[in-house]
Design a protein around this ligand. Structure first.
Ligand code: NI
Length: 143
């Protein structure tokens, strides 16, 4: 049987103008009520906090754009990925045009380790742009 999540009701005081802005934003984004909008904001802040702490197991993606004609770039990126086979759980390669490739890597592991491998990939000579996005693994994360 699925465990029922307990709901906690609490009140918050803030400036009317801020509440008006919150309501305008939540309506524009399609939230049915303030509670759902605020709960998503809290989860977003928790993800950011867990990423900052570094010790939490998290999921993430690294997106890399590079010119595959640049010497050694593919071998270098492959070497880094093989060095971190424990963290990189999937990879997708897209040929954007004659020169440019995009790689999207899915990662899972300690947030600090995800950042380390992402930094190495993004700093690799020949990468035009790279970005790490970290999210929750979903485990023990209330919805
Ligand atoms: Ni390609």
């Amino acid at each position: 049987m699925k465990k029922q999540k307990a709901l906690c009701r609490f009140s918050i005081s803030m400036a009317q103008e801020l509440v008006d802005q919150l309501d305008a934003m939540r309506k524009a984004k399609g939230y049915a009520n303030r509670s759902q909008a605020v709960a998503d904001m809290v989860r977003d802040q928790l993800v950011e906090y867990h990423e900052h702490v570094g010790a939490y197991e998290m999921a993430g993606t690294v997106t890399l754009v590079y010119d595959h004609h640049k010497r050694n770039i593919q071998a270098l990126l492959t070497d880094i990925q093989h060095d971190h086979g424990d963290l990189i759980i999937a990879a997708m390669h897209v040929h954007l045009d004659h020169h440019n490739c995009m790689e999207v890597l899915a990662l899972r592991g300690r947030a600090a380790d995800l950042k380390d491998v992402a930094d190495r990939l993004i700093a690799a000579k020949g990468v035009k742009h790279g970005k790490l996005t970290v999210t929750t693994t979903g485990k023990d994360f209330a919805k």
